[in-house]
Structure formats: structure tokens, C-alpha cells
Write a protein of this length. Structure first.
Length: 489
């Protein structure tokens, strides 16, 4: 039966859910509160010619993103050009830098040079990580996770041990490598998963495979090219997209969702897929008696970090800077403790600089540089312009030291900060989270917030706070699973 379906939110998960539900022949209306689509992956243009991606900048797991396009008989290359980054990125340590090459053979040489024997160990690590990637990203990840029974199969039983769900990532990495720089290098990708390496299952070495082995890519024109492509596909399939459309309420009648209040107007729907932040959807849009979780539940969750971001337009080229640079001169463990345990502004932060104009001239005026600085911070802490500025100055002076430049501040012709307050205001993000829930073992699969409402049969959730988790590829998959669940009856 053809249903009238509403999707709340236009990030990767919302666009994906809308495209898949439309493909099934349903009438799909997508509502986005902001004036443009993309959610955390929006971009903005400045009057003086800079185009800033607001969120994601690491294009990893290209095969997973490609499979979205394939399901609509399209290719990513119909919409944008992907280029490999070589080096993939640079890491700045207190005693020098390390460049991570695109080609695996060169990466092995680097490992071997840093720690004799580590080249061979990298092969073994990647062989194991590939298995986890194939099983995790192509099988496990597509499950709606209503019950553990979904995971009961001879194939999964056979693979359970090899997936290392019960080993933590920190000790797993140390079985292969001993050099502190190699350890930090291998642990860095799981920071994306929103918890300290000691709290993340070793299953997630699949991230090292999906990143380092498959390479780090960049979509020319920026990440919004993926958003534009997904929008085009959703619209082609029949989705009607409405921006500046704030969903104020999910209406429940006779124990069923009957529609939405959007910009003070009631609209009837048969089914709702909410990709807005889960906590916001439940506590602000839904009457209390129909919520899956109460406030105590959310207080007990481990959230992935928020972050302090600076979008900077620099009117001169910055020498000695790569597309991606990780400033890891300080201790990773101390910074993660301050994010997850102490929940305070970091004393000796690590940060990340992205300079896409090194690869893509379209994102900055000629002879200028587009710079994005990101420092992970705890969710829910005090946030104001004065605090942000202290860290801005620290990041700039470390950038100057690394690039051998001086007085970068006088060359800045555009500057905008973004932090906890903005995540709350722009995306209704619980405690200003940037990356959703941490992928700890106790927040994996069936233990994540449920994809369906347990009391209302026609309400579903999607996005980085439910299965399979945070990140661009998982959010796209989340939309697909939610659309399937919402349309299958
Ligand atoms: C700074 C940053 C850097 C990142 N870097 C990377 C990276 O390099 N690689 C990677 O893979 N991932 C990265 N991520 C993670 C990735 O971007 C996210 O996991 C993904 O974009 C989440 O998509 P989503 O659809 O779940 O949520 P969102 O993008 O937040 O979409 C939800 C949408 O719902 C809308 N909404 C909320 N409430 C309402 C309402 N009441 N009415 C209407 N609309 C509403 C919001 O405005 C928003 O547009 C990054 C995230 C951030 C923030």
C-alpha cells in the first residue's frame, strides 16, 4: 500500500531514508528546520569567496558510499570527482612529523622504518581488519538490531571470535606495535567513534582498513557534493524537500502517529521517520507516554565529543601545510580523559587542521587558503566566545610553529567559530554533541537507542544516534535500514 511518509531532517540519514522510501513508491515529504539541506554536513559561502564544509572532511570507506549510488543505478562519479590524497595526512608530534602515504607499500616501509618488524605486523593487522570490515560493514551493519536473534546464524557464530568484540582497541593495537607513534597513528581513527581506545571494541580496527588501506579521498567541490548528489537522487525518486520547516510536534491519535505540526500547521502522515537528534525527537516532539527512553537513560549514555571549530579564510598561501594535519604534540590519553571522564575544557589539547584549498582551488579565492580547525571537546560544558578564543590562539601558534610562518592572524580575512551552543541551536543536538553516541560495547547494535518506537508502530528513528552509529557511511546505511523498516508492511 502506498503510504504518505514524513522524514524529519535532511542530513545523510534523512536524505538516504527519503530516497529509499521514495524508491519503494511511497509519497515522501522531507522537513528540514534550517534554510539549507545537509545537516551537520552543510556548507556555507562567504561574501569574499570562501566555501566552507561545516562538518565531515574525511572521505573514508568509498565502497560503502558508492553502494548507495549503485542502488539507484548511479555512480558517485556521475556527481563528483573523487581524488586520492597523498599523503593521506600528516601527524605533527613534539619531535617531528610523520606523513602517511596513500600507497600501502609505502605505508609498510614507513612502519618498518619506525619500528623494525612493524611492516609485517601491519600486513597481519590489516588482514584481520579487512575481515572485520567485510563482516562488519557489509553484513552486521545492515541489521535493524531489534533483537540479538538477528545475529544468530552459523556464519556469524563462526565469525564472532574473529570480530574481537570483547577485546579493547587499546590492548589490541599493542599486540602488533610498540612504537608510541605507531600506536597513536593506529588509535587515531577510533577517536571518530567517540570514546577512548580503551573503551572501544577491537572490532573497530575495521576503521583502519576503511581509512588507511582503502585510502583517504576528497570529493572535489567539497563534502556538500555528496549531499547535493543524494538530494538529486531523492528528488528523482519523488521526495518533496521542504527547508525552513521546523517540526514542532509529532501528533499521536489512537495510539498511532497521525501526523506532524510543521511551522504551526498540522499535516497528516501514515508513517514518520525522524532523523532529527533522537533525544530532541523524543523529549521535544513526542508526548512523554510514548517515548522509548526517559531523561535518566540519556544521562547515562556515553556521548561522542562535541568540538570547537574555526572556519578561517586566509588571504595568503600557507606553506608546509597538507590537506589534513593532526596536531598530536600532546598526550592523547590526557585529552580523551578530559573529554569523557573529567568533562572539562582540555589542558593540553590535540587538534586537527584541514586545508582543502591545497587540493581544491574552488573553495578559496586565488592565492588564498581555506582553513578548518577542529578541537574535540566534552559535550555539555560551558561554551562562550572568550573560552573559544583562548584555544584559537593556541591552535594558531602551533600552526605557525609547524608551518614556519609568523603573524598568521594578520592574514585572516574571514573567521567564524562554531561550538556546543551552535550544535544545540542549529541541530537540536543533545548537550551540543557533534558525533552522536560513542560506539562503546555497551552502546553497540541492539544496545543502541532503538530504530523503532516501541509503542507507536508507525514511528521510526534514524541517524547517528541509532544503529549503526556515527559517521557518513553509517548514517547513510541507517537511513536505508529505517526506510526498509518503515515501508515493509
Ligand atoms: C564537525 C564534524 C566533523 C565530522 N567529520 C566526519 C568525517 O570526517 N567523516 C565522517 O564519516 N563523519 C564525520 N562526521 C560525522 C557525520 O558528519 C555525521 O555522523 C552525519 O553527518 C550525521 O548525519 P545525521 O543525518 O544522523 O544527522 P544530521 O546531519 O544532524 O541531520 C539531522 C537534521 O535534522 C534537522 N532537525 C533537527 N531537529 C529538527 C526539527 N525539529 N525539525 C526539522 N528538522 C530538524 C537538523 O537541522 C539536521 O539537518 C563529522 C561530524 C561533525 C559534526
Amino acid at each position: 500500500m502506498k503510504k504518505k511518509i514524513a522524514v524529519i531532517g535532511s542530513g545523510f540519514s534523512g536524505l538516504s531514508a527519503a530516497a529509499y522510501a521514495s524508491k519503494e513508491g511511497h509519497e515522501v515529504h522531507l522537513f528540514e528546520k534550517n534554510n539549507d539541506i545537509g545537516g551537520r554536513a552543510r556548507n556555507f559561502k562567504t561574501d569574499n569567496g570562501y566555501i566552507f564544509d561545516m562538518g565531515p572532511s574525511w572521505y573514508w570507506m568509498p565502497d560503502i558510499i558508492e553502494s548507495f549510488f549503485e542502488e539507484f543505478n548511479r555512480k558517485a562519479s556521475d556527481f563528483y570527482t573523487l581524488v586520492p590524497l597523498d599523503p593521506q595526512f600528516e601527524m605533527v608530534f613534539s619531535d617531528g612529523v610523520m606523513q602517511i602515504p596513500h600507497h600501502y607499500g609505502e605505508m609498510k616501509d614507513l612502519f618498518e622504518k619506525t619500528e623494525p618488524g612493524a611492516g609485517k605486523m601491519l600486513d597481519r593487522f590489516m588482514e584481520d581488519a579487512q575481515y572485520k570490515y567485510e563482516t562488519g560493514m557489509k553484513d552486521f551493519v545492515n541489521k535493524p538490531c531489534h533483537s540479538w536473534w538477528e545475529f544468530v546464524s552459523p556464519k556469524i557464530a563462526k565469525s564472532a571470535l574473529k570480530l574481537d568484540l570483547l577485546t579493547n582497541f587499546q590492548s589490541f593495537v599493542r599486540k602488533y606495535f610498540t612504537h608510541p607513534k605507531l600506536i597513536v597513528l593506529m588509535e587515531f581513527p577510533v577517536i571518530f567513534l567517540g570514546a577512548a581506545p580503551k573503551d572501544i571494541p577491537a572490532l573497530y580496527s575495521l576503521m583502519n582498513y576503511g581509512g588507511y588501506k582503502l585510502g583517504t579521498w576528497y570529493p572535489m567541490g567539497g563534502f556538500s557534493k555528496i549531499i547535493d548528489a543524494m538530494k538529486e537522487i531523492a528528488v528523482e525518486q519523488g521526495t518533496i524537500i521542504n527547508c525552513n520547516s521546523n517540526v514542532e510536534k509529532i501528533i499521536v491519535k489512537n495510539n498511532k502517529v497521525s501526523g506532524l505540526i510543521v511551522n504551526q500547521k498540522e499535516i497528516n502522515f501514515d508513517t514518520i521517520i525522524a532523523s532529527s537528534d533522537y533525544h530532541h525527537t523524543e523529549t521535544k516532539l513526542l508526548p512523554e507516554e510514548f517515548r522509548n527512553y526517559n531523561e535518566k537513560y540519556w544521562e547515562k549514555r556515553t556521548f561522542a565529543p562535541s568540538c570547537l571549530i574555526y572556519y578561517i579564510g586566509c588571504k595568503e598561501k600557507i606553506p608546509n601545510l597538507k590537506h589534513h594535519t593532526l596536531f598530536f604534540e600532546n598526550d592523547l590519553d590526557l585529552h580523551t580523559e578530559e573529554i569523557y571522564t573529567d568533562k572539562k575544557w582540555p589542558t593540553k589539547p590535540l587538534f586537527y587542521a584541514c586545508c582543502p584549498s591545497k587540493t581544491d582551488p574552488s573553495v578559496a579565492p586565488e592565492n588564498s587558503e581555506n582553513l578548518f580547525l577542529l578541537m574535540p571537546v566534552a559535550t555539555g560544558i560551558e561554551d562562550n566566545e572568550e573560552i573559544r578564543e583562548i584555544y584559537f590562539n593556541q591552535m594558531i601558534s602551533r600552526l605557525e610553529k609547524h608551518t614556519g610562518t609568523s603573524d598568521l592572524i594578520s592574514k585572516i580575512e574571514y573567521k567564524k567559530s562554531y561550538c556546543i551552543k551552535d550544535f544545540k541551536e542549529d541541530y537540536n543536538a543533545y548537550q551540543g554533541n557533534a558525533y552522536g553516541l560513542a560506539n562503546t560495547l555497551s552502546q553497540t547494535a541492539v544496545l543502541k537507542p532503538s530504530l523503532r518506537n516501541k509503542k507507536l508502530k508507525n514511528l521510526f528513528y534514524t541517524g547517528q544516534l541509532t544503529v549503526p552509529g556515527p559517521g557518513v557511511p553509517p548514517s547513510i546505511i541507517s537511513g536505508k535500514i529505517a526506510a526498509h523498516e518503515a515501508t515493509k508492511n
